[in-house]
Design a protein around this ligand. Structure first.
Ligand code: NAD
Ligand code: UDP
Length: 337
């Protein structure tokens, strides 16, 4: 007997990660409804799906009631500004989508009897005092600092998700995503990967914030999406870190970008943003044990793919300005269920 394709709703589906997740779900045979208000996303990320009968795009702000007139099996809540520059410029929409958007997405999952997966973040650990970070570490977050709008919204989102699990018996999952990079990031979203690559490719100085001794651990997007898909298929309800444990300082990262691109650009120091975490590295013991997952793409491979992608963006003049596509028509494609 043929089984019906599952239907997934992906909030933030026109963003960097949401669009890659959408591609993976479609490849797994799902029907996908991407819901996005395009505040930091772009329909260019989902343009290739315009003729896919299993794909629908709804332009909508999920901080308001979400209406989906179909049966739904999974809700993946990815909507939220994610770059520090974006959430510092959009503090209230960030708080709202983490709080109200999560509530509405959970409500949608409950009404449809769907499973729910929250895109949470390593920022829940704040400026960590435990290194590397394990899921049972409660974090060191400044609630009233500029980053608090993102960190606390995500911590609230985790609390709300666990409450729906415990009180309503909803099948929920929480992924804590560590710095992920790859094609479809906006060249000018301010995150360090597009920033340094864009600067290197245009021979302008790489802007290191502070002395560059702070560390990050960069995960290639296909690895992250694989971990998230596995988590969605598991019956594990506590948070799971997904990220690549290969840690480097931001100074080392700048030097790698200079080496790989062969740029003539130099390094320039700028002030360190307030509450910028000094270290970050995922402990992925839980993901290995529960999901049988670990990253497969090396830094060298992933970064070369990403450099080529951004080279193409520069040639085409796609610099990734925010809200560039608000004029796009609302529905890219639709399917009937
Ligand atoms: P992104 O900015 O590319 O994508 C976010 C998407 O959400 C955008 O398309 C945006 O338009 C949409 N959105 C924002 N507010 C919305 C709202 N109110 N209603 C509907 N759509 C809305 O960022 P990303 O890197 O793809 O991040 C996706 C998710 O993953 C976010 O929840 C982010 O917090 C989380 N995350 C990402 C990383 C990373 O390294 N990329 C790390 C940790 C967590
Ligand atoms: N950073 C930098 N130069 C830039 C952008 C970022 O030195 O042009 C630093 C930033 O201060 C942080 C790290 O790179 O220490 C990673 O920043 P990103 O914005 O990518 O994300 P975060 O990990 O802070 O959320």
């Amino acid at each position: 007997m043929a089984t019906k394709s599952p239907t997934s709703v992906v909030t933030g589906g026109a963003g960097f990660l949401g669009s890659h997740l959408t591609d993976r779900l479609l490849a797994e045979g799902h029907c996908v409804i991407a819901v996005d208000n395009l505040i930091t996303g772009n329909t260019a990320n989902i343009e290739h799906l315009a003729r896919n009968e299993r794909f629908e795009f709804i332009k909508h702000d999920v901080s308001t009631y979400i209406l989906v007139p179909h049966a739904v099996d999974y809700v993946f809540h990815f909507a939220s500004p994610a770059s520090p520059i974006d959430y510092l410029e959009l503090p209230i929409p960030t708080l709202k989508v983490g709080a109200l958007g999560t509530h509405n997405s959970l409500g949608l999952a409950k009404a449809k009897g769907a499973a729910f997966l929250l895109a949470s973040t390593s920022e829940c650990y704040g400026d960590p005092l435990v290194h590397p970070q394990k899921e049972d570490y409660w974090g060191n977050v400044n609630p009233i600092g500029p980053r608090g709008v993102y960190d606390e919204a995500k911590r609230f989102a985790e609390a709300m998700t666990m409450a729906y699990h415990r009180y309503h018996g909803l099948d929920t999952k929480i992924v804590r995503i560590f710095n992920t990079y790859g094609p479809r990031m906006r060249l000018r979203d301010g995150r360090v990967v597009p920033a340094f690559i864009g600067q290197a490719l245009t021979d302008t100085p790489l802007t290191i914030f502070g002395d560059g001794s702070q560390t990050r651990s960069f995960c290639y997007v296909s690895d992250l999406i694989d971990g998230i898909f596995r988590l969605s298929q598991s019956d594990f309800h506590e948070p799971v870190n997904i990220g690549n444990p290969r840690e480097m300082t931001i100074k080392q990262f700048a030097e790698e970008i200079i080496r790989i691109t062969g740029t003539t650009a130099t390094i320039e120091h700028r002030p360190l943003p307030v509450d910028d975490p000094k270290v970050r590295q995922p402990d992925i013991t839980r993901a290995r044990k529960v999901l049988g997952w670990e990253p497969a793409v090396s830094f060298e491979e992933g970064i070369k793919e990403t450099i080529e992608y951004f080279r193409g963006c520069l040639v085409r003049g796609h610099l990734g300005e925010r809200v560039a596509s608000l004029h796009e028509k609302d529905h890219v494609s639709s399917f009937s269920r």
